[in-house]
Design a binder for this molecule. Structure first.
Ligand code: SF4
Ligand code: SF4
Length: 438
């Protein structure tokens, strides 16, 4: 079996949050393979810890990926501040074709467009993907999973950071399907009543009130905050209210655009123009929507730049959804030229944390080698970009650790799913396989 098939069989997907099935990326041809180790979501540390602890496996995964796509160059993008991780990765790369590229501590260093430009000097065409400039980009944990797949091991566990208002912030590895509440309990529980979680981070993650949600292949961690936290209150406002505030209060100051990393990289993203779509709903909305198309949803405009605390990122989300539904493709400028002020306008993580009111939670989250053994695992069939996997087991069946539970439907973009432990299949629904572990 070649690497692409091994990775396909093992159910490897982008572990950084995107969830794109990795076998599809590795079936392409590229001259460069890049590791996205920027990990710029404040308070989340699992990639830095994995690079420190599992550098050899990660570099092995990169080298295998390089062979598969025919690349001569491998680059690990990693923040210089993560000294231990840098040392481990440099040692693992010594004498080989993979090099380390040190990044500054700013947000969003992990945006693929930004990372590809920083590490190779190449600019991805508007609306394009890294492959168009000869690069394949994957997350740290993805490459570790690629190395495991080459040894016949499927993706059954996930490493994540539990941070924020918890007794013992930590990074831990748990079986897929473990509930967020069990991860929270492992970290000593919340230190605040009525906690709300930012799953995937405060900037690009999802605000989650249901602690029974399971950990999936894309859960990089979560931040626990009180419901009364200023940012949580803002995030929990219904879209209708966000739009109404934006419509009446946006003074078109342009701060959202001036700080936008995609605008500064030279793409035609101008969130202040998108805000006009809220006011001009009857006429011109289509025109204003266009300015959102290259937005990467980093959240900087809403959570850092806007002095009025409005919601330009959410306005961009809406605009993109409307354009997708209407089948509108990019017709704007194709030339990309970085803004002369780009370097000076980068947002340091510390400044971002201050603005997010989370400096008090800025603690290490060391790796704890705990072995969580939940009695019940809820495994969503859809844990990747594309379609859900198709269950291949039935209720009542006994399964072994690593056994396939669901496969990729024919001619579909999806990822296979495997059992994290020996178990009995308790239930198979249209959306989940539920395991009783014993
Ligand atoms: S920063 Fe805020 S107030 Fe200024 S243009 Fe953007 S959304 Fe409007
Ligand atoms: S979320 Fe805002 S700052 Fe980020 S890319 Fe989109 S428009 Fe720009």
């Amino acid at each position: 079996m070649n690497l692409v098939d091994q990775v396909r069989q093992a159910g490897v997907v982008g572990a950084g949050g995107g969830g794109f099935p990795t076998h599809v990326k590795l079936a392409a041809k590229a001259d460069t393979v890049i590791v996205n180790g920027a990990e710029c979501e404040p308070l989340l540390h699992k990639d830095a810890i994995l690079m420190e602890q599992e550098a050899k496996a990660m570099v092995r995964g990169i080298q295998l990926a390089m062979e598969a796509v025919g690349a001569k160059t491998g680059i690990v993008g990693i923040k210089a501040k993560n000294h231990h991780a840098v040392e481990s990765v440099q040692a693992a790369c010594a004498g080989g074709p993979v090099r380390v590229h040190l990044l500054g501590d700013y947000y969003p260093a992990g945006d693929e467009y930004d990372l590809v430009f920083e590490t190779t000097g190449r600019l991805i065409p508007p609306g394009g993907i890294p492959l168009q400039v000869g690069a394949v980009v994957c997350n740290v944990e993805t490459f570790i999973n690629v190395a495991a797949a080459a040894e016949g091991r499927a993706v059954t566990h996930k490493t994540l950071t539990v941070a924020g208002a918890v007794r013992n912030p930590m990074t831990l590895t748990v079986p897929l399907g473990t509930s967020l509440s069990e991860c929270l309990a492992a970290a000593g529980g919340a230190t605040v009543p009525d906690p709300v979680l930012s799953v995937g981070g405060m900037m690009m993650g999802e605000t989650v009130e249901d602690l029974n949600r399971p950990v999936t292949k894309t859960t990089g961690g979560f931040i626990v905050l009180p419901r009364t936290h200023r940012i949580i209150e803002r995030k929990l406002k219904p879209a209708k209210v966000q739009n109404a505030i934006g419509k009446s209060a946006c003074d078109q100051c342009r701060y959202c655009t001036e700080y936008c990393p995609r605008y500064l990289l030279g793409y035609a993203v101008e969130p202040h123009q998108v805000m006009r779509s809220l006011a001009f709903t009857a006429s011109g909305k289509d025109q204003w929507n266009q300015w959102a198309q290259m937005c990467c949803a980093c959240g900087l405009c809403t959570l850092f730049a806007c002095p009025e605390e409005l919601y330009p990122k959410e306005a961009c989300d809406q605009s993109k959804a409307e354009m997708k539904q209407a089948g509108i493709k990019w017709t704007g400028p194709t030339e990309v030229r970085p803004h002369p002020m780009r370097d000076g306008r980068r947002v340091p993580i510390k400044s971002l944390m201050r603005k997010l009111h989370i400096l008090q939670y800025d603690h290490p989250a060391p790796w704890q080698k705990l072995e969580l053994k939940p009695a019940r695992l809820v495994l969503p069939l859809k844990q990747s970009a594309g379609a859900p996997a198709a269950a291949s087991v039935q209720a009542g069946e006994r399964v072994k650790a690593g056994q396939k539970l669901a496969d990729i439907p024919a001619s579909t973009l999806a990822a296979a799913l495997h059992a994290p432990c020996d178990a009995t299949v308790a239930e198979v629904t249209g959306r989940h396989v539920i395991l009783a572990c014993n």
